[in-house]
Design a protein around this ligand. Structure first.
Ligand SMILES: NC(=O)c1ccc[n+]([C@@H]2O[C@H](COP(=O)([O-])OP(=O)(O)OC[C@H]3O[C@@H](n4cnc5c(N)ncnc54)[C@H](OP(=O)(O)O)[C@@H]3O)[C@@H](O)[C@H]2O)c1
Length: 239
């Protein structure tokens, strides 16, 4: 049976490449995007289907879940990829420069949106044989990496984006616990530093490199891991 996969934030960057690679594997791919024109254009280029989905908007999430329920009746793969670093004042810089508005903006998408989308689609994921949930995280969300003096990331002192991904990591573990024994696997993906709009194209890896990590976790076999933070080739990173 053809697998149904939904990727959030799939109109560009790592999400677009994830959608492309999942389609290449023969899956029916739903390109989740908040912008109608960008989403429809991306879906057309991929030969995939556009689903309007703004992860910060509960009505949009509910409508997307209703559409998938009505048209497909189940969901095999959910890639929670949509993410931002924040555009309001106080999103960047050290902890002392962090604003409440920036935390709210970034958590709304990266954290609250991820949980809202997952819960809206869980009934459909439970209807699949062995669903996979991939939460796109970042190494900057890892306590171990950020505090290991040997890791270049340990020189970074910022709150907003890193703590949103730390939350994603814990959320991943908690879903994996609740869903243990259901056949559903829930893992967090570390794409590495990829050249996308999010990094102002500074990354040393391509969006395809990052997407390959998500695709690996979206296609894990029955004996694959769950509740882990994983990167290239399924290599486990410490939380
Ligand atoms: N690039 C890296 O080096 C890197 C490293 C670690 C983790 N990540 C993570 O990888 C994921 C993808 O990032 P990227 O680098 O591909 O960034 P990107 O090119 O900026 O793409 C982000 C995607 O998320 C979408 N998005 C943002 N807010 C949304 C919302 N409320 N609802 C639906 N979609 C929304 C964007 O849509 P619009 O076009 O409408 O804005 C866009 O499609 C993110 O979770 C990011 O944190 C990236």
């Amino acid at each position: 049976m053809t697998k149904i996969a939904l990727v959030t934030g799939a109109n560009k960057g790592i999400g677009y490449e994830t959608a492309r690679l999942l389609a290449e594997q023969g899956m029916t791919v739903l390109v989740g995007a908040r912008d109608e024109e960008l989403g429809a254009t991306a879906a057309a280029a991929l030969g995939a289907r556009f689903v309007r989905l703004d992860v910060s908007d509960d009505d949009s999430i509910a409508r997307a879940a209703e559409l998938v329920a009505a048209e497909y009746g189940r969901l095999d793969v959910l890639v929670n990829n949509a993410g931002i670093t924040g555009s309001v004042e106080g999103a960047r810089g050290g902890p002392s420069r962090t604003s409440r508005a920036a935390l709210r903006q970034v958590f709304e998408t990266n954290v609250f949106g991820l949980v809202a989308v997952t819960n809206a689609f869980l009934p459909l994921l439970r209807k699949a044989d062995a669903a996979r949930i991939v939460n796109v995280s970042s190494e900057v969300g890892s306590f171990t990496s950020m505090t290991d003096p040997a890791n270049p990331l340990s020189g970074m002192a910022a709150i907003v984006y890193p703590t949103s991904k730390t939350a994603v990591n814990m959320i991943t573990v908690m879903y994996a616990k609740e869903l243990a024994g259901t056949g559903i696997k829930v893992n967090a993906a570390v794409p590495g530093h990829c050249a996308t709009d999010l990094t102002r194209h500074t990354g040393d890896r391509s969006a395809t490199d990052g997407a390959t990590v998500s695709v690996h976790l979206a296609t894990l076999p029955a004996d694959g891991p769950t509740g882990r933070l994983l990167t290239d080739g399924g290599r486990q990173l410490p939380f």
